[in-house]
Design a protein around this ligand. Sequence first.
Ligand code: SF4
Length: 448
Amino acid sequence: MTAQAVNLRQRRGACPGLSAPMPTGDGLLVRIIPIGTVPLAAFSMLYAAARTHGNGVIEVTARGSIQVRGLNAASAPRFAAAVAALGIAAEDGVPVHSNPLAGLDAEEILDAGARAADLRRALAGTSLAARLAPKVSIAIDSGGGLSLDELAADVRLCAEATNNGVALRVGVAGDAARATQLGMVAPNNGVEGAMRLLEVIARYGRDARARDILAAEGVAGFRSTLADLLLIPARPREGGDSEMDSRLRGNERIVEDARHIRRQAIGQHTLRDESLAYGIGLAFGHSDAVALECLTEAAGTAGAIGIRAAPGRVLMIIGLKQEMSSSLITAAERLGFIVRADDPRRHVVACAGAPICSSAHIAARAIAPAIAQASAPLLDRSLTIHISGCAKGCAHPEPAALTIVGTPSGCALIADGSTRDAPYAQVSTNELPAAIANFTREREASHV
Ligand code: SF4
């Protein structure tokens, strides 16, 4: 495969799978979205292949994908062959996300992993993958303790307990808080409902996303395609509100309540078979193959059987023995991984930045540790600092308390906005620590 061939195969915004690596500032990047638990030995060999064929930098993204960096035109096919030989189950079409502990979670009310497998089978029998934008995705939430609430998707199905058993709440375009809700369907109709919604999206062309269709055409097309599947029919009442809307509003309260008791991925989880899983975070979403090989070895020593990649830049270590989990936590901390949910590094999001990304104006990831340290007193669950190498904002399209954007003349600072919003100040990289200290002081003062 030549670099030109790679470029020709790759279009902007596409997802770089094994067979279609994406050119970046440090060579070619390959993205793998593993399905379910990957055995420890396979993960170790994946890391070793990343070290042999790439530059050893490995990322886990906010959506739970694994990215291997620093490949080249000659080494990318060799890496692809090495990974293919490992037999790791991975997404190979329209990504269908399920909960990090799907099928294992003692609290789930529906096996989202099994429904996701059903949906993948249904998709494989259609041409939808070729007709949908590469980033169109589906989220299926099991309604367990570890949710997919924060994962945005074009189509989302979330299991909820109702008076008549479990139903799937269907939404389009967004995370759990922002998606437009369409109604509830029976679990057995979830796959059919998702397929119909994807068909609606595909009708708008190869670049269409659910959010764009909503903005241009409203929700009618999505609602009407589900009309005969909805358990709660959309019958408008006088005054404009519909029975479905008010029932859904009630369900929104349930979701809000549930969100408070839903767990964070980082930390310990008890599984249905009473073994443990432990979510370990990658600081600023990246690590290197050697550290990850050491982590995998420590996981094996602690009795783990495999690893899942999870949203939020987390690796979920599966099947730990209760009495041995502390040895894994100690080893992970020593290797620089995040083992506690309140680690301030979790609240600083940084893209790869310069020199890794050729579009970057600042070394976003390299300056992230200092920024996390400087702003630790400010950071809690509700606040995020986003450092973006350029205005594209790949790592965090949403607003953040403070967004720092690399520009040709330094760093633009945006308060309570995203990279697309107007900055309140422009500083050089050297002035950044003082500017963040000012922001922190002012933010603290405004909360007194
Ligand atoms: S936000 Fe800009 S600099 Fe950062 S990874 Fe995306 S394109 Fe590169």
